[in-house]
Design a protein around this ligand. Structure first.
Ligand SMILES: [Zn+2]
Length: 245
């Protein structure tokens, strides 16, 4: 059991280093994800405006064709006006001319409104572009910082994982299960040292008799308060020493 408990100390040290590596990435991964969400929203809003522009342009094109055909019609009515023989015919054609003229005016007015709206859309798109470029710049910068960090830490992480496997192979399965369950449930720290008669992690006083037993390192004891595996090493007082916590 003594060897097993000593292996647990080594395992915890490796896990502390792995945890510090993970923490060194900081909030970069989350930051990149949130920048990507903002970028997607802006891009969607710009794409919507481009769609509106396209619809408006098509509307103006068909409006222009309609106006051209209305003008042809108008010309025909105006020519007919010189050939009329009765007042009734004259009135009828005059009415047609007026109706056609007002249809042309309406169409032209609609087209002007569309043109105005297009100008507005253009300026809205232009207004959004700098913000988008800014976000993309921030995202690319965070991404390359993360990649650089990963390039440095990858080799170290692989070495630590290798060490970890070697240590785990020396620990009986049930003890390792207890270790893992505690590590995951207790913020990455599965072990505690007996430190001046107390648990180094939660400071609970350990009864002197139990303290003696822990010092022997012959049995696996758990702290009754924080549940961590109690170990003793006169050289060690803290877990994850020198690592970010
Ligand atoms: Zn404790």
């Amino acid at each position: 059991m003594r060897d097993t408990l000593a292996a647990l100390i080594n395992l915890q040290d490796v896990d502390c280093e792995l945890r510090a590596l993970e923490q060194s990435k900081g909030d970069l991964p989350q930051r990149i994800a949130s920048l990507n969400r903002e970028i997607a929203q802006l891009e969607e809003s710009i794409a919507e405006k481009h769609d509106q522009l396209k619809t408006s342009r098509l509307g103006r094109e068909s409006g222009a064709l309609e106006v051209a055909s209305l003008r042809d019609k108008l010309k025909k009515y105006q020519n007919q006006l010189y050939q009329v023989k009765t007042n009734k015919e004259y009135d009828a054609i005059t009415l047609e001319i007026e109706t056609t003229q007002s249809a042309i005016e309406n169409r032209e007015f609609e087209m002007l409104e569309m043109e105005e709206r297009e100008k507005q859309l253009h300026s809205e798109i232009e207004g959004l572009q700098p913000g988008l470029a800014e976000l993309q710049g921030q995202r690319d910068e965070a991404e390359s910082r993360l990649q650089a960090m990963l390039a440095v830490t990858r080799a170290k992480e692989e070495r630590l994982q290798q060490q970890r496997q070697e240590i785990v192979a020396r620990i009986p399965r049930p003890v390792y299960s207890t270790y893992e369950r505690t590590r995951i449930g207790r913020g990455g720290i599965a072990v505690a040292f007996l430190k001046e008669g107390s648990c180094s992690q939660c400071s609970t006083r350990i009864p002197p008799q139990r303290g003696l037993e822990i010092r022997m390192m012959n049995h696996l004891f758990l702290c009754e308060v924080c549940g961590r595996i109690m170990l003793y090493d006169p050289e060690r007082m803290t877990v994850c020493e020198g690592h970010q916590q």
